[in-house]
Write a new protein. Structure first.
Length: 212
């Protein structure tokens, strides 16, 4: 038996669609909303990535600040491992006890250190000698650092946890996983758009045939 969809025409001329068409229309609306949500989410991720890139890669070159990732727990409670520290230049003559500085430790490997100043002394010959200590360390650092430049790098802001995410993104496994995830998301989004367009075209063709 052939199934015929019944369309009623009230006096006012308004067309009442059959239940099957109403369900198809509702499904199309839901897919359209899902497409908008996915598109908005991808846009937010893209914009966030661009902002993070600009802040961490371009900002230091344009605005003159520096960024570094805290790798140890020596400043835990103030700066935790994985936090990003943002440092700005400060005149050496203005160093004060309590400042948190990022500097190269005066040891063989000259590793980058971020610790708090606990003592500062300006010598008669113009040198500035500082003593530093990590907030989480029981003892001061085993050195006295002589500042030879006109400026030092003082920590002015801490971005929690971003360094951990950046280090994770640099690992091969995460990079490959994100690549395939992004590719899959694009395929799903493209397929959804094509499917929605196909159903819309089919519905339009059916309506035109019936109108004819």
């Amino acid at each position: 038996m052939t199934t015929i969809d019944v369309i009623s025409f009230p006096r006012g001329g308004r067309v009442t669609p059959a239940p099957r068409h109403r369900a198809a229309a509702a499904a199309g609306v839901r897919r359209s909303r899902l497409d908008r949500v996915v598109s908005t989410l991808l846009s937010v991720i893209l914009v966030g990535g661009l902002v993070a890139f600009a802040g961490l890669a371009l900002g230091p070159r344009v605005l003159g600040y520096r960024t570094a990732t805290m790798l140890t727990g020596s400043m835990a409670g103030t700066i935790d491992p994985g936090d990003i520290v943002v440092s700005a230049p400060k005149p050496t003559a203005d160093i004060e006890v309590g400042d948190i500085l990022t500097f190269h430790a005066p040891v063989a490997d000259q590793h980058l250190e971020t610790h708090r100043v606990i003592a500062v002394r300006h010598t008669a010959d113009g040198r500035t000698v500082i003593r530093t200590q990590g907030d989480a360390n029981a003892e001061p650092d085993p050195w006295r650092a002589t500042v030879r430049d006109d400026t030092v790098w003082q920590v002015v802001h801490v971005v929690p946890g971003v360094g951990t995410a950046i280090r994770a993104l640099r690992t091969p496994a995460v990079r490959h996983g994100l690549f395939w995830l992004a590719l899959g998301a694009l395929v799903v989004l493209g397929s959804s758009l094509i499917w929605s367009r196909g159903e819309a075209d089919s519905g339009l063709a059916l309506a035109e045939r019936r109108a004819g």
